[in-house]
Write a protein that binds this ligand. Structure first.
Ligand SMILES: *Cc1c(COP(=O)(O)O)cnc(C)c1O
Length: 355
C-alpha cells in the first residue's frame, strides 16, 4: 500500500532528492567512490557546497551583502549562535511556541530579553499582533512557522530593528524579503534534507559589533570566510540539500511552491471545517500551510484512537499530534504531493460516514 508521509521532521523529501542521494551513496559524481567516503576537500564535493550556497541565494533572491552558510548543530544551535554574535545589550523576541521559548532561554544567557508578546496563555493557538518592538533592541527574533502548534507568519513583519527568523519549518515555502533580516536560519530536516545541516543566511554587516569573545565554531564569520568548509561539513545532508534546491528550481522556484502549498493547505482546512468530527486548533487567520493541527470535536473525543488506527490502515503515517496539542497534525511540507493530502481528506470523509 502507498504510504503517505505526514511526519513533522525529519519529514518527507522529494523522490528526486532521495533517488539522487541513494545513487551518490553508491557512486558519487562518477568518482567510483561513495558520497559517504569522499574527502570534503575533493573538487567534486567543493562543487556541491558551492552550488548549494549559490542556489539558496538564487531561489530566495538573497541580496548583495549577505552570505549563506551551512553549519551543524541544528536550529537549536542557532538559538545560542544568534545572541552570541548579535546581542549587545537587549534583544526582543516574539513568543509563539515551544521553539521560540527555547530560543528565548538561550538569549537570556547573553543579555536582556524583552518578550514583546506571547500567546502562551492560549497554548500558542495564535500569533500575537499588536505588539511594539523597542527601538533600542539589537534585533527582533521571530519563529515564522510554529511546527508544533500549526501557526505561521506568512509575511515579513515591518519593524524598526533588524529581524532574525527561525524559518526551520517553512523556508522555501514562499518568497521572502531577505533584505529585512539580519539572520535567517533553518534546520534542514523539514523542507530540505536529512537532519544534520542547518542553513543560515547572514547579513555580513550585522557581525562584529559585540564585545564578547566568540568561540571559533560559533562565530558566523568563521564559516563565511571558509565557505562553510572551516571544519568537515555534514557532506551527505549538504548533497541532499543541493538535490532539493535543484528540484525546487526545476519546479519554478518558491513562488510556484507557495501556490502549491496554499492549494494543499486550503483543501485540507476546508475538510477540517466541513467534517462534523474535526476542528482545527489554530486561529484561522494564523493557520500554517506547513503543519495542519486538528482535533476531534468534543462530542467525538472518544473516537480519537479509532481514527488514528483507521488512518494508519489507509497508509497515513505520522499524523499523531504533538503531545502539547494532542489530536492530529498533518505536516504537508513542500515535498508533499497534493494526492497525499487528498488521500487524507478521503480518509476523514470515510471515517465520518462510518460514524
Ligand atoms: C524542528 C525545529 C527546530 C529544532 O531543530 P533542530 O534541528 O532539531 O535543532 C527549531 N525551530 C523550529 C521552528 C523547528 O521546526
Amino acid at each position: 500500500m502507498k504510504k503517505h508521509n505526514f511526519y513533522a521532521g525529519p519529514s518527507i523529501l522529494s523522490e528526486y532528492t532521495i533517488k539522487n542521494t541513494a545513487d551518490a551513496v553508491l557512486d558519487f559524481a562518477g568518482t567510483g567512490l561513495s558520497l559517504l567516503e569522499i574527502s570534503h576537500r575533493s573538487k567534486e564535493f567543493v562543487a556541491v557546497m558551492d552550488e548549494a550556497r549559490a542556489l539558496v541565494k538564487e531561489l530566495l533572491e538573497v541580496p548583495e551583502g549577505y552570505d549563506v552558510v551551512f553549519v551543524g548543530g541544528g536550529a537549536s544551535m542557532q538559538f545560542c549562535m544568534v545572541p552570541f554574535n548579535l546581542l549587545k545589550k537587549k534583544a526582543a523576541y516574539l513568543e509563539t511556541g515551544t521553539w521560540a521559548v527555547n530560543a528565548i532561554k538561550e538569549a537570556k544567557l547573553f543579555g536582556e530579553v524583552d518578550v514583546v508578546a506571547s500567546s502562551k496563555e492560549d497554548n500558542f493557538t495564535y500569533i500575537p499582533k499588536n505588539y511594539t518592538v523597542p527601538e533600542d533592541a539589537d534585533y527582533f527574533h521571530i519563529t515564522t512557522n510554529n511546527t508544533i502548534f500549526g501557526t505561521e507568519m506568512r509575511y515579513d513583519p515591518d519593524v524598526k530593528v533588524p529581524l532574525v527568523a527561525d524559518m526551520s519549518s517553512d523556508i522555501f515555502s514562499r518568497p521572502i524579503d531577505v533584505a529585512k533580516y539580519d539572520i535567517i536560519y533553518a534546520g534542514a530536516q523539514k523542507n530540505l534534507a536529512p537532519a544534520g545541516v542547518t542553513i543560515a543566511i547572514v547579513r555580513e554587516g550585522a557581525l562584529g559589533h559585540v564585545e564578547r569573545a566568540i568561540p571559533t565554531m560559533l562565530d558566523y564569520r568563521t564559516h563565511i570566510k571558509k565557505g562553510s568548509m572551516f571544519n568537515t561539513p555534514p557532506c551527505l545532508p549538504v548533497f541532499s540539500a543541493l538535490q532539493t534546491l535543484k528540484y525546487y528550481k526545476q519546479l519554478g522556484g518558491v513562488k510556484v511552491l507557495e501556490k502549491m502549498n496554499l492549494e494543499k493547505a486550503a483543501i485540507l482546512y476546508d475538510e477540517i471545517d466541513r467534517n462534523k468530527l474535526f476542528r482545527g486548533t489554530a486561529k484561522e487567520e494564523d493557520r500554517s500551510i506547513m503543519n495542519v493541527c486538528f482535533v476531534m470535536n468534543d462530542e467525538y473525543k472518544d473516537l480519537e484512537t479509532e481514527f488514528a488506527e483507521f488512518a494508519t490502515s489507509k497508509g497515513m503515517i505520522g499524523i499523531k499530534g504533538h503531545r502539547s496539542v494532542g489530536g492530529f497534525r498533518a505536516s504537508i511540507y513542500n515535498a508533499m504531493p497534493k494526492s497525499s493530502v487528498e488521500a487524507l481528506i478521503e480518509t476523514m470523509k470515510e471515517f465520518e460516514k462510518n460514524h
